[in-house]
Design a protein around this ligand. Structure first.
Ligand code: PEP
Ligand code: MG
Length: 825
């Protein structure tokens, strides 16, 4: 197999598993992969495959490709606790699916509100057999965009349990959600730690306990009996360890599905206010406008079957084209909703029912209502609140097609500036027709928090309350009201005090937002005027473009390895130059720090073979690789030097442990430039050796940039990829902070600036400490730029210095975090 391409199963923001706030995924306990923070609601097949398991709760699915790659896709985090609500599975175990085929539909709005996160890891669970040669992260992807490329590792046989088990034990699984992804990962981790072949069985054939996918395929629920068996030297110990883990070692709350949102308790609603259900949080004060939807009158009798048929066909075609056209131009939930409406309009059963009514002599409009309304009513009466909300979509289609057939222009509503719009019900197409610049909030008598109008409003940040009931009818048009959608109430006649309080809160929140986003383009300085360069970490020109739009003042770390990993041969000079040039162009004159290839045992490239290493983190990686492959180094330097204008580019060397490594790179650069020294050469400080020896490095380097991710792992001797130590791996550990302080001090001795490009720079609790230690450049995740800039703007550097001194004296990372939280208040 040359390579296996996997395509995005969801649309959304593709990111590294590092960004998934769950150690099981971030630490690759189930395997490596990517994650997508979804904006759509349908999971599609990332490639042709067979479905191995679909969790009964619909939140996770595993697939196996013909090449043998096993994939786990886990929609959101802790979504097992939703107990299947909001998930509709479209396939079953054993199905063969083709790339792009819908697998699971889910209620994104509900996941966003009720689960820990919607971010969806896509993981290769048999990483022992496949390497991820390329992954697209740090970018928005559409469903079906390429997202990962796998290459097969050398084949080796999977151990299977043979002969008589030396040890077995049957237990009843006490886990409230059974063996889902998290317990499966933990069990596999424990089972791998023994010199034994360990299996688990429910009713039928055993599966390898080291295979999370196999474990998931057992579909073990709460109180199911499972048998753990093992053969091999440590069989007994392995069985006991796995049994103990399942019985006592995995702490999971029963975490019942969070209740559907209900209106706040009366005591939490100010006197005179009307309680509703939060659909999209936010506080707004505005002028009441009203938009009620009344049925359009339709004549029961038609003007002849042929004419009505023709009118019906023509109206359907026109509406369908309009919906498809709007969907193509839309994105996110709006696109999904328009697509859903277009799909409903091509439902043969619905169309045939309408045509039958036309054949009975009814008008097309009457026939359409007769066909679709009973369907909507049935959904509403079915008792499932989520399906009842979908009935609104049918009403919307009913109305839109009837308006077309009757030649009625469904005129939009002219809103006053800062309108709070009240409606008995609002249809998605009506919401889409609103002038959102004038809309401050929405208050709807009926509806639910997952209706399409609610989803659209949340996506556009419009504070929205639903289910306010009949009391809303009495609110006067043109009156000034307060809508506290987060707290769940609307006040129709607020007292001057309530109004003043709400105004103060609205203006404080608006100021914060406005400062963070509107002032994101300003030069970054602390409150007492110290200049801090606020850069972003990028992997591509698209990242750089996004970063600039968020106010980044440059790119402080271009991860060039992304260009090198996606291929069978190294990129040539011209190709590299084109890539770097695209980033330079996107930065439009802002500085760019290009990191030399940071590749190694953990990120292999097929054309740079690295022998299997016992400790890849301590092996051939970073600068050591490019020094071992001088042609790679020379080509990359040549490619960088060909970029125009070169003046804003700097070069940075990763994983430096000593000055000699830097000097070797410097020698090649000098040779290529004839010693012109017209491009700065800096180092990444990622090893304790580099931090302690910063003054020595700074004598030869033009700048220092601290990679806190690696500096933390090497300082604490805790593997970034090892879940067992992940909990303690905190860059705010005083030892790491002391090394950061040492780095700044060493750099300053040689008049060199020190920046931070590791993830500590994006941590709001860490930023005051870093700046207090003397760091003058931060390179952060592109999305974090406005927030970190706003934080720096409010920071007094002398206070930050005192704070940093106190942090260095803390006994541990937890104490530093407590101190940092106090400081942030
Ligand atoms: C770091 O180590 O902090 C860093 C920025 O490099 P990477 O995360 O790519 O190893
Ligand atoms: Mg690093």
């Amino acid at each position: 197999m040359a390579s296996l391409s996997l395509y995005a199963p969801l649309e959304g923001w593709a990111c590294s598993l590092d960004e998934v706030p769950d150690a099981v995924f971030a630490e690759r306990m189930l395997g490596d992969g990517v994650a997508i923070d979804p904006t759509g609601d349908t999971l599609i097949a990332p490639c042709d495959a067979r479905i191995v398991t679909v969790q009964p709760t619909g939140h996770a699915i595993t697939l196996r490709t013909a090449e043998g790659a096993e994939l786990l896709i886990h929609i959101g985090l802790d979504t097992v606790a939703l107990k299947g609500e909001g998930f509709e599975t479209l396939v079953v175990a054993g199905d063969t699916v083709t790339r792009g085929q819908p697998l699971i539909r889910f209620d994104l709005d509900r996941i966003v509100r009720e689960a820990r996160a919607a971010v969806t890891p896509i993981v290769v669970t048999n990483g022992d057999r496949f390497t991820i040669a390329h992954r697209a992260t740090g970018a928005i992807v559409a469903s079906g965009d390429p997202v990962m490329t796998l290459t097969a590792r050398e084949a080796h046989a999977q151990p299977v349990a043979g002969g008589c088990p030396a040890a077995t034990r049957t237990i009843v699984v006490p886990l409230p959600h059974g063996i889902h992804a998290r317990p499966a990962a933990r069990i596999a981790e424990v089972a791998r730690g023994f010199d034994a072949v360990v299996t688990l069985a429910k009713d039928g054939a055993p599966v390898a306990a080291t295979s999370p996918v196999g474990l998931l395929s057992l579909i073990v629920a709460h109180n199911d009996r499972v048998t753990i068996a093992a053969t091999g030297a440590q069989a007994e110990a392995a069985v006991e360890a796995v049994a103990e883990l399942i019985l006592h070692g995995i702490k999971e709350d029963a975490a019942p599905t969070p209740p559907r949102p209900t209106p706040p308790a009366p005591r939490d609603v100010p006197a005179g206010a009307i309680a509703g259900v939060t659909a999209a949080p936010g506080l707004a004060i505005g002028t009441v406008a009203r938009w009620d939807v009344h049925d359009l009158d339709v004549p029961p009798e038609g003007c002849g079957i042929a004419a009505e048929e023709a009118a019906f066909t023509q109206a359907c075609a026109a509406l369908s084209a309009e919906l498809t056209g709007k969907a193509a131009a839309a994105s996110g939930p709006m696109r999904a909703i328009l697509d859903a409406h277009a799909a409903m309009l091509s439902d043969d059963a619905l169309l045939n029912t309408a045509r039958a009514a036309i054949a009975d002599g009814h008008s097309a409009a009457y026939a359409w209502r007769a066909a679709i309304r009973p369907q909507a009513d049935a959904l509403r009466a079915g008792g499932d609140p989520r399906l009842a909300e979908r009935a609104d979509d049918m009403r919307d289609l009913e109305r839109q097609l009837i308006a077309r057939l009757m030649g009625i222009e469904d005129a939009g509503l002219t809103l006053p500036e800062g309108a709070i719009l009240l409606a008995e019900d609002l249809l998605p197409s009506q919401f889409m027709a609103l002038d959102l610049d004038r809309l401050a909030g929405l208050a709807i008598m009926r509806g639910g928090p997952t209706s399409h109008v609610s989803i659209l409003a949340a996506a556009r940040g419009v504070p929205t309350l639903v289910a306010l009931g009949d009391a809303l009818r009495a609110v006067a048009i043109g009156s000034r009201v307060i809508l506290d959608a987060g707290a769940g109430w609307l006040h129709p006649v607020p007292s001057p005090e309530t109004l003043a309080d709400a105004e103060a809160r609205v203006s404080a929140a608006a100021t914060r937002r406005a400062e963070a986003f509107a002032r994101a383009g300003e030069e970054c300085r602390t409150a007492d005027g110290a200049r801090i360069e606020l850069f972003a970490n990028c992997g591509s020109a698209a990242d750089a473009d996004y970063a600039v739009r968020n106010g980044a003042e440059g790119c402080g770390l271009l991860r060039t390895e992304l260009l090198f990993l996606d291929r069978d041969t190294a990129p040539d000079v011209a190709e590299q130059t084109a890539d770097y040039q695209a980033v330079v162009d996107a930065l439009d004159g802002r500085p760019l720090i290009i990191r030399l290839l940071d590749i190694g045992g953990d990120k292999p490239a097929p054309y740079l073979p690295i022998e299997g290493e016992e400790n890849p983190a301590l092996g051939l990686r970073g600068v050591r690789v490019v020094l071992a492959h001088p042609h790679i180094l020379e080509d990359q330097l040549k490619a960088i030097l060909a970029v125009r204008p070169l003046g804003r580019c700097r070069i940075m060397v990763p994983m430096i442990a000593g000055v000699d490594e830097l000097l070797k790179v410097r020698a090649v650069l000098d040779r290529l430039t004839g010693g012109a020294r017209d491009v700065e050469l800096g180092v990444m400080v990622e090893t304790p050796a580099a931090a302690i020896g910063a003054d020595l490095l700074a004598a030869e380097a033009d700048f220092l940039s601290i990679g806190t991710n690696d500096l933390t792992q090497y300082t604490l001797a805790m593997d970034r990829g090892n879940a067992a130590v992940a909990g303690a791996l905190d860059g705010l550990h005083p030892a790491v902070l002391r090394l950061i302080g040492e780095t700044v001090r060493g750099g300053a001795l040689r008049h060199r600036w020190t920046g931070v490009c590791g993830s500590l720079a994006s941590d709001p609790l860490a930023v005051p400490i870093l700046l207090g230690l003397g760091v003058t450049e931060l390179s952060v995740a592109p999305a974090a730029v406005p927030e970190i800039k706003a934080l720096v703007r409010d920071l007094d550097l002398s206070a930050a210095r005192d704070h940093a001194r106190a942090a260095l004296a803390c006994p541990d990372a937890a104490a530093v975090r407590r101190l940092a939280r106090e400081f942030a208040r």
